[in-house]
Design a protein around this ligand. Structure first.
Ligand SMILES: [Mg+2]
Length: 190
């Protein structure tokens, strides 16, 4: 089967990583309890920044956020390798900007994710992901972002939301920890 994954905040803990970097650069000490309660994807409000200030800060720190030591969610790597070992295809579909395509792919490989040639898509807008997911005829797709997930309901693909504070309102199947995935496909293959 074909499995598609968003990367940021689906497989890796990017916003929390950025939250630490913001604390460091802004010389603040905002607690992770604030992070875990954020109702929106953007983290700037936790630091008293406006949307514009937050956008500027994110842009200025983007390379550091993307390519320093961002944590991987527990079991994500192991489960993706297990899928490949079982003969499944693993695809990555990230809306990071096009100029980050090569470095993001290299980061995944350097961080021991299984990356097959031709299975890495980067640089589309959130609203364009649906077309790639459709054309690839994925069996499963996983993402954290409501505005992406909301575009997929008409496709035959099994869509799961990666559980985060800002997507609690979505009424679609939910994956909380990556070690649940192998059981999900076992059950469905039943
Ligand atoms: Mg994401």
């Amino acid at each position: 089967m074909k499995f598609g994954f968003d990367i940021d905040d689906t497989l890796i803990n990017l916003r929390e990583h950025a939250f630490h970097i913001y604390n460091d650069r802004l010389q603040q000490n905002v607690g992770l309890d604030v992070f875990h309660a954020l109702p929106s994807m953007e983290i700037h409000s936790a630091f008293g920044l406006t949307k514009e200030e937050g956008g500027k800060l994110w842009s200025s720190l983007r390379d550091d956020i993307y390519y320093s030591k961002c944590g991987v969610f527990p079991h994500a790597r192991e489960v993706l390798h297990a899928l490949v070992d079982q003969g499944h295809e693993v695809y990555y579909i990230t809306a990071r900007a096009k100029e980050h395509t090569d470095r993001t792919r290299e980061w995944l490989i350097a961080n021991d994710f299984p990356v097959t040639d031709g299975h890495f898509y980067c640089g589309m807008s959130d609203s364009e992901k649906v077309h790639i997911i459709d054309e690839l005829k994925l069996d499963y797709y996983f993402d954290d972002k409501p505005t992406v997930l909301e575009t997929l309901s008409h496709l035959p693909v099994n869509v799961y939301v990666k559980d985060r504070s800002y997507n609690q309102h979505l009424q679609i199947p939910r994956i909380t920890a990556w070690d649940e995935l192998l059981d999900i496909i076992k059950t469905e293959a039943g």
